[in-house]
Design a protein around this ligand. Structure first.
Ligand SMILES: Nc1ncnc2c1ncn2[C@@H]1O[C@H](COP(=O)(O)OP(=O)(O)O)[C@@H](O)[C@H]1O
Ligand SMILES: [Mg+2]
Length: 381
């Protein structure tokens, strides 16, 4: 796994790790709500960073504080080492792209893209050159005299992005820019967007509630919940090493099984799940709890659990590596079969990625747990 992680990092280009944007104990309170709570984040130059979390967790508020549209209640934002306190939005070296494109309907594509430069009193020749260059770069030249209403959603979003990029900001901010597009287009535009970001090497902070989008696009992801940073790391780290139950639950699918730690040796953890017991290799399990007698929550990825027809008939699995369960339901999804399996009154999700090997299973099954993907968290209150 470590080798894979290194390999993955090596493909992530040469983005610097020094903080181009630093959030220092940033907080925002609206009346009774703490929208952002003491957020500390260092965002590397040239990186693509996602703020990820459920609706209402404070992503937009954070982005608006960085852009200067919302004033922090406490803390500071540093861009290239400079405090942004008291700096108005148009004096910050940031551009923001919103979900609802916000293009001017009565202006052509060219006029929309050039608008910011005009406001900044950019000389006419320079304005034309910069607009031409960005239109070409974004593949919008042929549409430059059209009105936004005559463009598709994807094209409009590209115009909005061109309008932000033409300002040559140090930091590009995007707030759920793809959520108005249909699912297929969203996947295409995100690939395109990521390619543009890479080519320009522009520091980008991207807000989304879509974990797949975050995994696909980011160098680093900051997962937030209720205004609080839960974890900050590469997609790989967040998926395979979630630091708490919230992150494990929010990123990818996971089943949580109530378990009790019965015994801990140098090499193994013996857990009981209801009337069954299971042994895990100690070094393979990322555990925040590992004291005998403790209640814990065992987190398991659907693709890391092996499933097969039950062997023997005593109602519990024979091997200490397996749990006996009963299929409640399945869905055939082509590439894999998803099973909902009841084990000791609890339900686990199991994906079988070799459907042709076993066919569709029903009744009693044995589940073999993938050791290295298991996590142990403190039991829920
Ligand atoms: N202008 C505002 N006035 C009052 N409450 C706000 C305002 N903006 C955001 N909030 C509240 O702050 C919290 C975070 O909101 P927001 O940053 O928009 O979350 P997200 O973008 O993650 O969905 C929410 O509880 C929201 O209702
Ligand atoms: Mg938002």
């Amino acid at each position: 796994m470590l080798q894979q992680e290194t390999a993955q990092r090596n493909t992530e280009g040469t983005a610097e790790t020094t903080g181009q944007v630093r959030l220092e104990n940033l907080s925002k309170r609206f009346d009774g709500t703490i929208a952002v709570n003491n957020l500390k984040l260092e965002i590397g130059k040239g990186t693509f960073t996602c703020l990820l979390g459920p609706s209402g967790c404070g992503k937009t508020t954070t982005l608006r504080m960085i852009s200067g549209f919302v004033e922090p209640t406490a803390g500071d934002i540093l861009i290239s080492g400079e405090s942004q306190e008291g700096v108005p939005p148009h004096r910050r070296n940031t551009s923001i792209v919103f979900q609802e494109y916000a293009l001017f309907p009565h202006m052509t594509v060219r006029q929309n893209v050039g608008y910011g430069l005009k406001v900044h009193r950019t000389p006419k020749d320079e304005l034309r050159q910069r607009v031409d260059r960005i239109l070409e770069f974004m593949g919008l030249t042929a549409m430059s005299e059209r009105l936004p209403t005559s463009l598709s959603g994807g094209q409009q979003q590209r115009v909005a992005l061109a309008r932000a990029l033409v300002m040559e900001p140090e930091v590009l901010l995007m707030d759920e820019p793809l959520s108005n597009l249909d699912a297929k287009l969203r996947v295409r535009v995100r690939t395109e967007l990521k390619a543009i970001q890479r080519r320009l090497g522009i520091t980008t902070i991207y807000v989304t509630h879509d974990q797949e989008e975050a995994l696909a696009m980011s160098d680093r992801i900051a997962v937030m919940d209720e205004g609080i940073l839960q974890q900050y790391g590469s997609p790989w780290e967040l998926y395979f090493n979630p630091q708490n139950r919230f992150v494990a639950d929010f990123i990818g699918a996971n089943s949580f099984v109530r378990a009790r730690i019965e015994n801990v040796t140098d090499t193994t953890l013996l857990l009981s799940v209801g009337n069954q017991s299971i042994e895990l290799q100690r070094e393979a399990v990322a555990a925040t709890v590992r004291t005998a007698g403790e209640e814990a929550s065992l987190s398991l990825r659907p693709e890391s659990i092996g499933i097969q027809r039950a062997e023997g008939g005593n109602g519990t699995a024979d091997s200490a590596r397996s749990l006996r369960g009963k299929v409640n339901m399945h869905q055939f999804l082509g590439a894999y079969i998803r099973y909902w399996v009841e084990v000791e009154g609890q339900e686990l999700i199991v994906d079988d990625h070799n459907p042709r090997q076993r066919g569709i299973l029903s009744g009693d099954v044995d589940l073999r747990l993938g050791q290295s993907e298991a996590q142990l968290f403190p039991a829920e209150e």
